[in-house]
Design a protein around this ligand. Structure first.
Ligand SMILES: [Zn+2]
Length: 165
C-alpha cells in the first residue's frame, strides 16, 4: 500500500538499532528536487508534520507552532481553479514557482488533508522498540509500520517474557 505523501515525507527519518538515519535528500531527489535545490524550509516542515501526526496518533491537540509551519508551507505556491465557458475546470499553479516550492506546497497540503479528514483516526506511530516511523492503519489491530517491525517487537516481547519467568 502506498502512503499519503505527507506520511511518506515524515518517514524520511528512520531509526534502526538505536541510530537514526535521514533519507530526506534521496526522497527530495526522487521527487524532482536535487540536493543543490534543497531549501532550508524542508526540514522544519518535516519536523512539523511529525509533530502533528504524533499529536493525531495520541489524540492530543495540535502544537500551534507545527500548525503555523504547515500552513505557511501550504501558502508558498498559489493555486486557483478556473471555470471555462464549456463548464470545464482548469487548475492553475503560479508559473514562477520552483520545483522545490511546488513540492513544499504539495507536501504541506497532503498533511492538511490527511490531518483534517477521517483518515486522521487511522494515523499511527509504530509501536516497535526504537522505530520512529508512522503509518496509516489498514486493519484495526495493526500496531507496526512493517512486517519486519512486527517480528522484531514480538521477538522482544518473547525475550522479555522468558526473562521474567
Ligand atoms: Zn516500525
Amino acid at each position: 500500500m502506498s502512503l499519503p505523501l505527507a506520511v511518506d515525507y515524515a518517514n524520511t527519518l528512520s531509526a534502526s538499532r538505536g541510530r537514526t538515519s535521514d533519507h530526506l535528500d534521496g526522497w527530495l531527489a526522487a521527487h524532482g528536487v536535487p540536493p543543490e535545490a534543497r531549501e532550508p524550509r524542508f526540514e522544519p516542515l518535516r519536523d512539523a508534520i511529525r509533530d502533528l501526526i504524533t499529536a493525531a496518533a495520541e489524540q492530543a491537540p495540535f502544537p500551534p507552532q507545527a500548525l503555523a509551519t504547515v500552513n505557511a508551507a501550504s501558502a508558498v505556491v498559489p493555486q486557483w481553479l478556473e471555470l471555462t465557458g464549456e463548464g470545464a475546470v482548469v487548475a492553475h499553479t503560479a508559473p514562477k514557482a520552483s520545483e522545490a516550492e511546488r513540492l513544499l506546497t504539495d507536501v504541506a497540503r497532503s498533511a492538511i488533508e490527511l490531518l483534517s479528514d477521517d483518515q486522521h483516526a487511522a494515523l499511527c506511530a509504530c509501536q516497535a522498540p526504537g522505530c520512529v516511523q508512522f503509518f496509516v492503519r489498514t486493519h484495526h489491530r495493526q500496531e507496526f509500520c512493517s512486517a519486519a517491525c512486527g517480528n522484531r517487537a514480538r521477538a522482544a516481547r518473547h525475550y522479555q517474557r522468558r526473562k521474567e519467568q
